[in-house]
Design a binder for this molecule. Structure first.
Ligand SMILES: Cc1ncc(C[n+]2csc(CCOP(=O)(O)OP(=O)(O)O)c2C)c(N)n1
Ligand SMILES: [Mg+2]
Length: 683
């Protein structure tokens, strides 16, 4: 891998080591406006100016508004200033990151201030680059805007691999800028050198190392376009120190106002034949259900209109939570491995599955061979099947083969379907639909999320989350202001899905696909920075919190009023359960030796309290949520199993239910249940 990098890098180093000042010509400006290609950029119109020493001076000031700006002529600036000014034109207000030698020439541009002495782009410094990456994801997940991360070379960049892969699989728009050693040192195993683009290739939609000053504007345009177009995802630009330090005459026209619409690829044209096929299938189905994923985050109003007009029950994935208000009578809440039994029953019994912006992640299908048997049978006799809207063509058939694939932006497709979607008024069909909706309601009542209370007035994670939910809804907090909830990964995460009634898209900030423990605190920081007036709540596991709790320093530094709840069960309980069920109760590496979380928070100057009794729960939660400023509440909880649960190798509707709890979990930690499991533990 390194050998591959060395050859071009060393060649490039030779080519550029003499050049200190260049003039970016018109071809460059063309490409910067998004109409050129890398090839159009390269040196034909680059004129070498006399060599001068690199000076740490800044001469260019940019404003995010194009109005009244002189776009003719040229100005001298460094590579770092060029990137910074392009970010401003793209409306970037906040970046996340960490310092380091190789990135200093770029970082220096962030000291730039407006007329009021405010930073033109706010720079949020974290305690670890992984935290910066997850913060930028929290920012992007909660707003739909691109998250920007700036880190140094070597370890700065390697610490970002997890956030990049997390963003890749969760479809989060992210642009990472990493410093790199000077081109003359690349490939020599120089101090803090790593083969950056080689490392990030598999976990980005696109990456690039700028070996020439002239490539900078083009690379930035590409990164914004690719991160935001189609299914969003991460891009990475590696910035050798000499390229970013270099000063050049740059055409002002590069800094033309650039809203999202100017650089994003247009969505695919809606294919009206596929739309009609989808409408026909849904209209005539007797037992349809909508499965809504995060791809529909920006068209929640249309999701509601379609569901109501077609009179179809709606279930969501964990990233789709809140796109369809869970208080709506048609809501079947979350489906999947720890989803609602009623949602899973409905999917397996449906003759038509209408998937909107979801990708059939294995956590939502159970065993593929046994998925949606009724819809498959209906497909075979032409009366139903699977209608799948997705903007990512590769999602079709990756896991589940659709009867009708609709390659489209979800909003455009739903808009096109809205008019014709009402159910067929054939009397037999009407009666079937009524019966289906009644059946769904019956399942919903019979199998609502529940748990067994802890003895002796002690509390459980489910109970704490239920009480937080009660406070949010009964006091109408969730109606009066925006509320974001982030989590770590484990039982507390799934229990948050189960016991909070979600009402708005993008309000649940979690690591759905990579399942990264430790994301909760930095995600919450990113969401709070992006939405300063919102109530941001972190519901974390003790194990997950231990992975990044040093980022309490970031909460304190920026005085972010995040409300942190630690579900302290002294265990990595989700994995503890798998050991109990699938490894005959042999436990290893799942006990947590925890710090005193209250003292830890106080050491950072953050208010903190502990709650362990049922009678204190409601009052403590009220106090905690009302606190002016950040506050940590440690809930000392009795560990439990998260049910329902689709065991591995089982169909979506073959769940371990609450009534099976004693048989599998036993009645105490020492006493195992009798139920034996076959197959592998979940991963
Ligand atoms: C970085 C990382 N390492 C390991 C895992 C595997 N894993 C999944 S859940 C879990 C336990 C989580 O413990 P905790 O945060 O305390 O949550 P709980 O299940 O106790 O609520 C582990 C170790 C993971 N998801 N992420
Ligand atoms: Mg735990």
């Amino acid at each position: 891998m390194l050998a591959q990098l060395r050859r071009p890098a060393q060649k490039a180093a030779g080519k550029h080591s003499q050049r200190l000042i260049v003039t970016v010509g018109r071809a460059g400006a063309r490409a910067a406006l998004g109409r050129g290609s890398a090839a159009a950029w390269l040196p034909t119109t680059v004129a070498l100016a006399p060599t001068v020493p690199i000076e740490p001076k800044r001469s260019f000031s940019s404003s995010p508004s194009h109005v009244g700006k002189d776009l003719t002529g040229m100005q001298e600036m460094s590579g770092g200033e060029l990137i910074f000014n392009m970010l401003l034109e793209r409306g970037v207000e906040t970046c996340f990151g960490y310092s380091g030698g190789a990135v200093l020439p770029f970082l220096d541009a962030f000291t730039s201030q407006d007329a009021n002495g405010e930073a033109k782009i706010k720079f949020i410094s974290a305690t670890h680059e992984q935290c910066s990456g997850h913060q930028a994801q929290g920012y992007a997940k909660s707003t739909g805007k691109v998250g920007i991360v700036v880190v140094t070379s070597g370890p700065g960049l390697t610490n970002l691999i997890t956030p990049m892969q997390d963003a890749f699989v969760d479809g989060v728009p992210l642009i990472v800028f990493s410093g790199q050693v000077p081109t003359s040192a690349m490939g020599t195993d120089a101090f803090q050198e790593c083969p950056a683009t080689e490392l990030t290739r598999p976990c980005t939609k696109w990456n690039y190392v700028c070996l020439d000053f002239n490539q900078l504007p083009w690379a930035i345009n590409e990164a914004f376009k690719i991160a935001c177009s189609g299914r969003p995802g991460p891009c990475h630009i590696d910035l050798p120190k000499d390229i970013v330090s270099m000063r050049a005459q740059v055409p002002n026209s590069i800094f033309r106002y650039a809203p999202k619409e100017s650089y994003m690829d247009a969505p695919p044209m809606v294919d009206t034949r596929q739309i009609q096929k989808g409408i026909d299938l849904i209209k005539n189905a007797k037992n349809p259900i909508m499965v809504v994923g995060q791809g529909a985050s920006d068209c929640h109003e249309l999701v509601r209109q379609v569901a109501e007009k077609a009179n179809i029950p709606v279930t969501t994935t964990c990233h789709g939570m809140g796109i369809f208000d869970e208080r709506h009578p048609l809501s079947m809440h979350m489906l999947g491995m720890h989803g609602a039994a009623y949602a899973n029953f409905a999917v397996q019994q449906a003759d038509c599955i209408f998937a909107v912006g979801s990708r059939f992640d294995d956590r939502t299908t159970g065993m593929i061979d046994k998925y949606a048997p009724k819809a498959r049978a209906a497909e075979a006799n032409g009366t139903g099947g699977i209608v799948h809207i997705n903007i990512d063509k590769s999602a079709f058939g990756k896991v589940i083969k659709p009867t009708v694939p609709i390659w489209s932006d979800c909003g455009l497709a739903l808009q096109a379907m809205l008019e014709g979607i009402e159910p067929s008024t054939e009397p037999s069909n009407m009666a079937d639909r009524e019966a289906w909706l009644a059946q769904c309601q019956e399942w919903k009542t019979e199998h609502k999320f529940d748990y067994v209370r802890a003895p002796n007035g002690r509390i459980k994670t489910q109970q704490v989350i239920e009480a937080i939910n009660t406070e949010l809804h009964e006091k109408k907090i969730i109606d009066d202001r925006e509320v974001f909830v982030s989590t770590g990964v484990g039982n507390h995460q799934m229990m948050s899905c189960q016991f909070i009634r979600w009402t708005r898209p993008r309000s649940f900030i979690t690591s759905g696909s990579l399942g990264v423990m430790g994301v909760g605190l930095p995600y919450a920081i990113g969401a709070q920075v992006a939405n300063p007036d919102a109530l941001t709540i972190l519901i974390d596991g003790d194990g997950s919190f231990n992975m990044t709790n040093m980022d309490l320093a970031t909460v304190a530094r920026y005085n972010l009023p995040i409300k942190i709840a630690i579900m302290n069960d002294s265990r990595q309980q989700m994995v503890w359960i798998w050991q109990r069920l699938f490894f005959e109760g042999r436990h290893i590496s799942v006990d947590n030796v925890n710090p005193d979380f209250v003292m830890l928070a106080k050491a950072h100057g953050i208010e903190a309290m502990k709650c362990e009794r049922e009678e204190d729960l409601a009052g403590d939660i009220e106090k905690w949520l009302k606190h002016d400023g950040p506050m940590l509440m440690e809930f000392k909880v009795v560990p439990d199993i998260c049910l329902p649960m689709v065991a591995p190798g089982k169909a979506l509707d073959e769940m371990i239910m609450l009534k099976d709890r004693d048989a599998i979990y036993g009645t105490s930690d020492e006493e195992l249940g009798d139920m034996k499991f076959e197959g592998l533990a979940p991963s």
